[in-house]
Design a protein around this ligand. Structure first.
Ligand code: WT7
Length: 660
């Protein structure tokens, strides 16, 4: 915890004392919200039971709220039954809101679709029938590898409807990454598209699926959405066009009630080892907490708001705050396919203006990019419809927070910084708009019903004004139920550092009023543009290249992306010679960067690769990444006394100062 970088952040944050009390008009409409804290404090389980009954439609009521007898494996509302897709779609149509728009879809090339809840229901029912006819039964896993198009939402809900857990793989991940995820979950079917639009160009997806599926014995069928109309290879035995199948399918399908603890999805995330973890979530607790937080934190009022979460469906933010939370609440939302600068840098603000977006949820890295582009760009658009802004994925620096509120929010909107993880399923720490006095840069308080703390090495709660490790000390409804196929790793990763309490992997600090400031990861996990990447995973990708003998990866701070991937590599003997002959090997660096992109995905491409002769190691052989981070961040190198060979750092620094 006491590493130089976080000490520095800590002292900067200690000087941040700006505060924004809630606007009176806002407080007046935030009826009943402040009381949630007292209600939850009075009896946490009763609070969650009330929320579960109020926010979800049950086919069978539950009698027990929480079963923690096999901790850390929780069961919430276990003898209740419900269907997640019914809760997200059918019930809104049955309540007479079938004509309400569920999705204002905006394609990157400019095509749009307004999909009502009634339209969505028709598509989800047909897709459920297609899955069943393709041999997918309750409990079977389905992999989804799609761009940000409405079919992604339909596909997820169709899986939920028939009780087939989905495993969405981000469309930017490589074919290899897709293959390992398919194998781990033994997915029976893959839903993909010919391609999607990014930066004005159609990118391919089907070819990556073909490559992955060729080595995936579990997969019998591939459903292909037609999006870009590019040419694709076709296997008549295996591949089926989505639009043809949906058209032919029956529009009738009754949602089958599932047990509250029926698995809803698996979502892979990077851990501290090379193998991604299949985080798995179940139905009721997850759905309820996603809906609850979307209502109280984002302040979504479905009858009047237009909400936009600018995340990708491939990450948990898209699962909880594009699909399950807002749809369970019956909200109207915007879904945008592409990048923020296509065809111009005002694309987001044009969308806000056109659809009168009132709530926007995005990542600090996006905000910092907009800051870089300049406030003249959003100034060209009418953003007065915005009334709540949210941030997620990484710490938001106070300057970005202020810019977001001033330039995008017209100096009046609350900005909520929401801390949570793939594992937590839903927002855990955040201010409540209209209730909390806002502190730029702090995630602030556990949402009502949640209990978090900051503890020291021994697991003791720290006093206000001190830092330590962020933990969650009470079970919560949307908590992960495990790591797919690996219960031991689940216990070991989250529950062994401080027995009986959940260790989040983040460092945090409490200020004098007990507000929580999240400082970032304390393990070998990087946060690049709000996406979690494992140092070990990138190291393994690098050493799988024939020219690399050894690699060490660190996350160095970066003004836009939060952290950036920096790699130090030792070449194999013959490669060293080759690089010398070619003169420092610029091509080699490009080759290695592309190799990482091929192995994992473009997001994992190192910003920098430095070829070195040695790596700094302790006597027991552990790489001291702290020292490499000093080099990558151009800092004075810290304490080297525990190095087996202290001259190694001089060698590395010397190498760095040579012009490349
Ligand atoms: C990690 C979880 C939650 C959805 C997106 C990322 C970091 C997340 C914040 C925040 C500081 C944050 C943490 C966390 N993180 N939100 N508001 N302030 N850090 O989900 O990929 O599971 O990553 O993201 O380090 O552990 P994820």
């Amino acid at each position: 915890m006491a590493d130089a970088a976080s000490e520095e952040t800590l002292s900067n944050l200690l000087h941040e004392d700006r505060e924004f009390p809630p606007d009176q008009a806002f407080t007046e409409q935030a009826v009943g919200k402040a009381e949630l804290y007292d209600q939850a404090a009075a009896d946490r389980e009763t609070f969650w039971a009330d929320q579960a009954r109020a926010r979800l439609a049950w086919s069978k009521d539950f009698t027990q709220t929480l079963d923690w007898s096999e901790a850390p494996f929780a069961k919430w509302f276990a003898d209740g039954q419900l269907n997640a897709a019914y809760n997200c779609v059918d019930r809104h149509v049955e309540a007479g809101n079938g004509d309400r728009v569920a999705l204002h879809f905006v394609g990157e090339p400019g095509d749009t679709q307004d999909i009502t809840y009634a339209d969505l229901l028709d598509r989800v029912k047909r897709a459920a029938n297609v899955l069943l006819e393709s041999g997918v039964s309750k409990g079977d896993r389905v992999a989804i590898y799609l761009p940000m198009i409405p079919e992604a939402v339909v596909a997820m809900l169709a899986c939920a409807r028939i009780g087939a857990p989905h495993s969405v793989v981000f469309g930017g991940f490589s074919s290899d990454a897709l293959r390992t995820r398919i194998a781990d979950a033994e997915a029976k079917l893959v839903i993909t598209a010919d391609g999607g639009y990014r930066r004005g160009k159609p990118s391919g997806l089907k070819s990556a699926v073909d490559e992955a599926v060729a080595q995936s014995p579990s997969v019998g069928k591939v459903l292909v959405v037609r999006r870009t109309e590019q040419d694709v290879e076709w296997d008549d035995q295996r591949d089926v066009w989505w639009h043809e199948a949906l058209e032919a399918a029956s529009p009738e399908h009754e949602a089958e009630p599932m047990d509250a603890e029926h698995p809803l999805f698996i979502l892979y995330t990077s851990g501290t080892t090379g193998k991604p973890k299949g985080i798995f979530h179940t139905t009721a607790g997850y759905l309820m907490q996603a809906a609850y937080t979307n209502a109280v934190v984002h302040d979504v009022h479905p009858e009047k708001d237009v909400y936009w979460c600018a995340a990708d469906i491939g990450w948990v933010t898209g699962h909880s705050y594009i699909v399950y939370g807002p749809l369970a609440n019956g909200a109207t939302q915007v879904m945008y396919e592409g990048t923020p600068d296509t065809p111009h840098q005002g694309r987001w603000w044009e969308i806000v203006q056109q659809h009168q977006v009132s709530i926007l949820y995005c990542a600090p890295t996006a905000i910092r990019t907009f800051m870089k582009w300049g406030k003249e760009i959003p100034a060209k658009f009418d953003l007065s419809s915005l009334r709540v802004l949210g941030s997620v994925g990484e710490p938001i620096n106070p300057e970005a927070w202020i810019w977001y509120r001033e330039v995008i929010g017209g100096g009046k909107t609350p900005v909520v910084d929401t801390w949570w993880q793939t594992e937590t399923g839903a927002i855990m720490i955040s201010a409540l708009p209209g209730v909390t006095s806002l502190k730029p840069g702090a995630a602030q308080l556990a949402v009502p019903g949640i209990s978090v703390d900051v503890v020291d090495e021994q697991g003791r709660s720290v006093e206000n004004g001190h830092g330590g490790y962020l933990v969650i000390d009470q079970p919560w409804p949307s908590m992960l139920r495990g790591i797919w196929g690996d219960p031991e790793r689940f216990k070991e990763t989250y529950w062994s550092r401080f027995p009986g309490i959940y260790f989040a992997g983040d460092g945090a600090k409490k200020d004098d009023q007990g507000n929580i400031w999240v400082l970032g990861r304390v393990d070998d996990v990087m946060n690049v543009s709000g996406h979690r990447l494992s140092t070990t995973e990138i190291e393994s990708a690098l050493v799988s290249h024939p020219k690399v003998a050894e690699a060490a990866v660190v996350g160095a701070s970066d003004a836009t992306t939060g952290q950036a991937v920096c790699a130090f590599v030792i070449l194999r003997g013959d490669a060293v010679q080759e690089a010398d002959e070619e003169g420092e090997g610029g091509d080699l660096v490009a080759e290695l960067r592309n190799h990482v992109a091929k192995e994992i995905g473009a997001i994992a491409k190192p910003r920098q690769i430095m070829v070195v002769a040695e790596l700094p190691k302790t006597r027991s052989g552990k790489i001291m990444r702290r020292l490499l981070r000093d080099v990558a961040e151009n800092r004075e190198v810290g304490d080297v006394t525990t190095l087996a060979d202290s001259s190694v750092m001089d060698l590395i620094k010397e190498g760095m100062s040579k012009p490349s």
